[in-house]
Design a protein around this ligand. Structure first.
Ligand code: FES
Length: 348
């Protein structure tokens, strides 16, 4: 039997064993969230009334002292009877999100785009409403495992989802499935949209200049965000740094060059960390966060968008602050490849 769970002025039904976050998001009630796996702590909330079962909540993310103080991870905990919770901003009148849904899709296309990197297109049976930058969770056929992949789509592209997948040797999703047994026409179950790494709604978008730094397949959500921002304001000022190891890891260079030709405010800079750059190449050498600091004297008034490995994201936050970007304007998504052991945050 289900329970009633309340945040602010919103009350929803939550099934036995269903995580609180899942119940709120399915009802379209916004709640802070990122990894949906108990590892990032973004969804930490306070239980004001009633009791919860912490289920798989890791002690690293939610230590005993915090449990005793009434804290819980919304993506893991399920209610024991009716509960009332509070989380910053959640449940406020008018604060809603695209409802989380279970969907079925058909594999339309699988393309090798770079070393150990594939673009996967999934045709949905029904359109999915989401914000640019969010991710979906795929159910890996035959294993029941779930893996998270960010969407490279703009919200208008709501019928065919574009995912960028990096192969992880031995990974149940990437190696065995999306680099192995997958075939065009296969049916795929998925859940989405998830995550708070996304552009604000159009009415809240101030049109400020944007600095975007992506590492590897962290380019996927950044592409969705940048293309959406340019659809809203074709002359928006945007710098986009894509960091990879070598030229064989670069992809979508032509696509970005074309976008740059259409939008003079966009500047795309590929950055190679492990390879010399040939004379005349548009590539830079080093780390994309260093290239940003070298190029930009000030980012005051800009917003910043970071998606990639944790070390790159942390370096990016420092780089943005060094160039005077306001902390509230810094948006980040850390990921490890979806199949990596211990991967816990939204993956691209
Ligand atoms: Fe719950 Fe990350 S710990 S969303």
């Amino acid at each position: 039997m289900g329970s009633s769970v309340t945040v602010g002025d919103r009350t929803v039904e939550c099934g036995a064993g269903q995580p609180l976050l899942d119940a709120f998001l399915r009802a379209g009630v916004w709640m802070p969230n990122s990894c949906n796996q108990g590892t990032c702590g973004t969804c930490k909330l306070r239980v004001l009334e009633g009791d919860v079962d912490h289920r798989g909540s890791p002690l690293d993310t939610l230590p005993d002292a915090e449990r005793q103080a009434g804290m819980a991870l919304a993506c893991q905990a399920s209610p024991r009877g009716d509960v009332v919770v509070s989380a910053p901003g959640a449940g406020e009148a008018g604060r809603s999100t695209h409802a989380l849904r279970d969907l079925v899709a058909t594999v339309r296309e699988v393309t090798e785009v770079a070393r150990d990197t594939r673009r996967v297109l999934l045709g949905l049976d029904e359109p999915l409403a989401f914000s640019a930058g969010q991710y979906v969770e795929l159910v890996v056929p035959g294993s029941g495992a779930r893996r998270q992949y960010s969407l490279a789509n703009t919200p208008e592209e709501d019928k065919v989802l574009e995912l960028h997948v990096r192969r992880v040797p031995g990974g149940v999703a990437s190696d065995a499935w999306l680099f192995g047994s997958v075939a065009v026409g296969d049916r795929v179950e998925l859940t989405g949209p998830l995550g708070d790494f996304h552009l604000p709604g159009e009415s809240d978008d101030e049109g400020e200049p944007m600095a975007c730094i992506a590492g590897g397949t962290g380019l996927a959500p950044i592409l969705g965000i940048v293309r959406t921002a340019l659809l809203r304001r074709p002359d928006r000022e945007i710098v986009l740094y894509h960091g990879v190891r070598g030229r064989d890891d670069l992809y979508d260079v032509d696509r970005l060059a074309e976008l740059q030709a259409q939008h003079p405010g966009l500047r795309f800079v590929p950055v190679l960390s492990d390879e010399p750059v040939p004379t005349g190449s548009a590539c830079r050498i080093g780390f994309p966060t260093d290239a940003f600091v070298e190029d930009q004297a000030s980012a005051r008034g800009w917003s910043g968008w970071l998606c990639g490995p944790p070390a790159m994201v942390e370096a990016g936050v420092k780089a943005f602050k060094r160039r005077r970007m306001a902390p509230r304007q810094i948006h980040r998504e850390k990921f490890t490849p979806a199949d990596a052991p211990g991967s816990g945050t939204a993956a691209a």
